[in-house]
Design a protein around this ligand. Structure first.
Ligand code: CMP
Length: 202
């Protein structure tokens, strides 16, 4: 399943984008979409509309537009809960050891990360910031576009050449890989077509 995450301005200001993302990945989540943006006031107000009546709403919006944020779509088993577990409690003072907020958050407002609280809100929040074609996950059918683009750039062809094969069968391209392709003529030398880890899911 998927969830939505924001690395908040207090974290981007301290150059913690990578450190936070590492904790998300180590918790079994995969970043399947990510972009660094400066939110507009309208965006922040719209995103946090459910908190409109709260006394902290104004400050929350001011904080969220005080610097860049990184919005992400995370994929993994039971992604909403998995993310909430690794984030820790809203208030870092209440967060468990080893959580992102315990490790990095400065205060209940500057609490480094946001994460969706339900599958339903995850869907709404993802759609607030991302178009479907910006999300490239293991279950994305659009990764075939990546294969075609890679073929055009000669990536696949050069791999074929190096691995001594002459043809690929696009239907064999796994959903998350642009390079794991079947040999049709000569046998593939073991290891020769191993794609770099970054191309593979699992
Ligand atoms: P987040 O998960 O982004 O959802 C709403 C945010 O409001 C929450 O994290 C906190 O950062 C912020 N928030 C919640 N309670 C307070 C509070 N009492 N004072 C300031 N900010 C708060």
């Amino acid at each position: 399943t998927r969830t939505f995450s924001i690395i908040k301005p207090d974290a981007t200001r301290r150059n913690l984008t990578g450190a936070v993302t590492k904790m998300l990945e180590e918790a079994g989540l995969r970043v399947v979409a990510s972009k660094r943006i400066q939110m507009t006031r309208e965006q922040a107000e719209g995103f946090y509309a459910v908190h409109k009546e709260r006394p902290f709403f104004g400050e929350l919006v001011d904080f969220m537009i005080s610097g860049p944020v990184v919005v992400q779509v995370l994929e993994g088993e039971d992604a909403v809960k998995r993310n909430r577990d690794v984030m820790g409690a809203t208030n870092p003072a209440d967060a468990d050891e080893g959580t992102i907020r315990k490790t990095y958050a400065e205060s209940i407002e500057a609490n480094s990360v946001h994460g969706s609280d339900s599958d339903e809100n995850a869907k709404i929040e993802i759609e607030f910031f991302f178009n479907e074609d910006e999300i490239v996950g293991c279950s994305s059918r659009r990764t075939m576009t990546g294969l075609v683009a890679a073929m055009r750039r000669g990536l696949v062809v050069s791999r074929l050449r190096r691995s001594g094969r002459s043809a690929i069968d696009a239907r064999d391209a796994p959903r998350c890989s642009i390079v794991r392709i079947r040999a049709r003529s000569r046998p593939v030398r073991r290891g020769a077509v191993r794609s770099p880890a970054r191309h593979r899911c699992g």
